[in-house]
Design a protein around this ligand. Structure first.
Ligand code: NAP
Length: 254
C-alpha cells in the first residue's frame, strides 16, 4: 500500500488522451490535484470533465518555452504549487529516413525531447519548493531498447530523454527531487489505433503476455515512481511492455 498522494499538485503533459489521460486518471482517483495539459483546448476540457475529482485543463504547446512556462504558472495558480510533473506529451509520425523531410525530424525532437526539457525547466522552481518533488518521464522501449522502421527520429528522441534524465537526476538530487522514466511497450491509445489493426495484432502476438497494455498500466507505474515509497529511486527506468523486449526469436514465443 502506497502512502496516499491526496492533495498533491500534479502536472500531466499530453493528458487529453492516451497514456497521459490514463496517468491523469490514476492520479486524480488517488485524490491528487491534476492539471491536464495539451494543445487542443476542447479535448483537454472534455478530458477534465470525464476524469472529474477536481482535475482541470490547460492548453499549452510544451515544445515552446512560453507554453511550458504558462503551464507551470497555471498549475501554481490553480493548485498551489507543483509536486509532481509527468512529462508525457509525445508524437510518433512514421517515416523512413529516405523519405523524411528534415523539418519532420525537428518537430519530433522538438516535442518529445526539447519539450521534456522545457517542461522540467519550467516546473523546476516550483518542484524545488515541494517536500516530495517528482518528475516522471514517459519514454518508450522504441529507441532505448528496440527499433522499428519509420521511427528513427522518434527512437532518437526517446533515447535522448534517458540521456537527459541521467544528468537531470544529479542536478535535481540536491533539491531532493527524483526523476525517473517509464518505458511503455505497445499500449492501446488513440495514437496507436491510427497505426491500424494489423499493427496492433502483430504487436500483441510478439508479446509474451499476448496482449497490448492499457493506459492505467503506465499510470500505475508513474504513481509508484511519484510515491513517497519511491523516495530513494532516481535516474532509473521501468519497462512496462508485457515482456515484449525479451523473446530472442519467434520460436521463443511458441
Ligand atoms: P496520443 O494518444 O497521440 O496522445 C498524445 C497527447 O499529447 C495528446 O494529449 C496531445 O494533445 C498531446 N500533445 C502532443 N503534442 C503536444 C505538444 N506539443 N504540447 C502539448 N501537448 C501535446 O499519444 P500516446 O500514445 O498516449 O503517447 C503518449 C506518450 O507515450 C508519448 O510520449 C509516446 O512517445 C509514449 N509512448 C506511447 C506508446 C503507445 O503504445 N501508445 C508506447 C511507448 C511510448 P494535443 O494534440 O491536443 O496537443
Amino acid at each position: 500500500m502506497l502512502t496516499p498522494i491526496t492533495g498533491r499538485s500534479v502536472v500531466v503533459t499530453g493528458a487529453s488522451k492516451g497514456i497521459g489521460k490514463g496517468i491523469a486518471r490514476v492520479f486524480a482517483n488517488q485524490g491528487a490535484k491534476v492539471l491536464i495539459v495539451c494543445r487542443t483546448a476542447s479535448e483537454g476540457e472534455a478530458c477534465a470533465a470525464e476524469i472529474g475529482n477536481g482535475a482541470s485543463a490547460f492548453s499549452a504547446d510544451i515544445s515552446d518555452w512560453d507554453g511550458a512556462q504558462a503551464m507551470a504558472e497555471a498549475a501554481v495558480a490553480r493548485n498551489g504549487g507543483i509536486d509532481i510533473l509527468c512529462a508525457n506529451a509525445g508524437i510518433f509520425p512514421q517515416t523512413n529516413i529516405e523519405d523524411m523531410d528534415p523539418g519532420e525530424w525537428d518537430v519530433v525532437l522538438g516535442t518529445n525531447l526539447k519539450g521534456n526539457f522545457l517542461s522540467v525547466k519550467a516546473c523546476l522552481p516550483h518542484l524545488k519548493k515541494s517536500d516530495q518533488g517528482r518528475v516522471v518521464l514517459t519514454s518508450s522501449i522504441t529507441g532505448p531498447v528496440t527499433g522499428f522502421p519509420g521511427w528513427s527520429h522518434y527512437g532518437a528522441s526517446k533515447s535522448g530523454q534517458l540521456g537527459f534524465m541521467r544528468t537531470a537526476c544529479i542536478e535535481l538530487a540536491k533539491h531532493n527531487i527524483t526523476i525517473n522514466a517509464v518505458l511503455p511497450g505497445n499500449v492501446i491509445t488513440e495514437g496507436l489505433a491510427e497505426l491500424g489493426e494489423e499493427y496492433q495484432k502483430s504487436m500483441a502476438a510478439s508479446t509474451p503476455l499476448k496482449k497490448l497494455g492499457v493506459v492505467e498500466d503506465i499510470g500505475n507505474a508513474a504513481l509508484f515512481l511519484a510515491s513517497k515509497e519511491a523516495n530513494y529511486i532516481t535516474g532509473q527506468t521501468i519497462i512496462v511492455d508485457g515482456g515484449q523486449i525479451l523473446p530472442e526469436s519467434l520460436e521463443a514465443l511458441e
